[in-house]
Design a protein around this ligand. Sequence first.
Ligand code: SF4
Length: 495
Amino acid sequence: MNRPERNSLKKDFSVFISYPSIKSEKGTAQIGQNRQFQWFKQHSVIYPIVPAYAATLLGREGYDVFWDDAIAKEEDYETWLSRIEESKPDLIAIETKTPVVKRHWEIINQIKEKSPHTKTVLMGDHVTKLPEESMEKSKTDFVITGGDYDFILLNICNHLTKGDNLESGIWYRDEEHIINTGKFNLNHDLNKLPLIDRELTMWKLYSENGNYKYLPGTYTMVGRDCWWGRCKFCSWPSLYPKYRTRSPESLFEEIKQLVEKYKVKEVMDDTGTFPVGDWLKEFCGLMIDSGLNKKVRISCNMRFGILKYEDYLLMRKAGFRFLLFGLESANQETLDMIDKGIKVEDIRHGCMIAKKAGLNPHLTVMIGYPWETYKMAQNTINLAKDIFEEGYADTLQATIVMPYPNTSLYKECKKNNLLEIKHRDWEKFDMRSKILKSPLKEEQIKELTSSLYKLFFTPKYAWNQFISIRNPDDVKYLFRGFSKIVGKHLRDFAR
Ligand code: SF4
């Protein structure tokens, strides 16, 4: 049986950090480190950074940790469940998302049948907003609220093994009662986090994600989570209402280790928005002075309207490559309504100067705001198309507006009776269907969305990409991108 190897000295308390495989006719649920839930038909996984920190902290403390990502391992549910039955871990922690939370309740109940003594923990953005719901609807023992579920999971294990007091942000059972320790706080010092134990957390499973141009690639997350933190559709500010970062030196040391020890060629830092100002300058200086900028490429999430051309030049020199920007809408009214904090004119200009500095901007666009007419949605598509055709952005991605329950967009839509779904129809929040009332029909949203992906098949784009080819890695990257668009995006939004 696939009993994991014991990896630590403390063998009397085993902790599984688990992603049981969840499938539907739409594909496999992608959960870890995924800001917007998706079903994937093509295998593609992202390294779940905060759970990886949890595993590292627990391993370092002497717990017997097993990284149990059945989704990344492409292991079916029955195999996973048999292993749980055989291994009978002391604790299983599962990260959940809105569209699959009900499936996770069933899974937890099955775990309890197969291994009654196993303690179960649910964590993630959905349960941060609605902890009581999961306590009531499933037999889970604990719910962690807030995004520091690495530190808090360690606290729960220390509570169970050593009697430590539970810290704030935890829901649990006492006999028949559901109790909580109050509102979570984010007073954990990120600079005290150890470097992620990449072997323990099987980093290789995630090292060929289609977003990387140079392989192997991996993820880091130097900040939690976004210094803006106000966009009304974004669920991460509810996990991290306070912005914190590790020091520039610590990210530099982490990347150095990744390059020297694991031969990593590309790093995606998935902080909601990468730090700017003196922090960024200091980090770039470290990369340049050490020569590490010549050995690795870095990608990150960025916002329009904050960095100047000189900043982008410095980033390019420091090894940055791919910058992911949220365009969201080309209508100022919408940008203001969602509190994006940018002007429409920042978008084209931001792409232009980043591109001119030698970076590869990537745009994310959303369609289906309840107040946007077809013409307004078409404006957004047109702007994205123009930027793309002008060669100021290299890749883009379109999604349907999804008001997760922990966002202020959800609250506002609910108040204004704009939700098209029934109360707590959580499985519908899967980016496939329109769940907000809108002047657009579902077909129109899908048609607009797929029209964006068709841009990848224009002669102009093909030519721009052809002239940018410098080495075999560029060709392979283009091929991976192409198969992702055909195999996933166009199929997802086909009528
Ligand atoms: S800028 Fe990005 S990460 Fe920050 S709140 Fe807006 S959508 Fe979320």
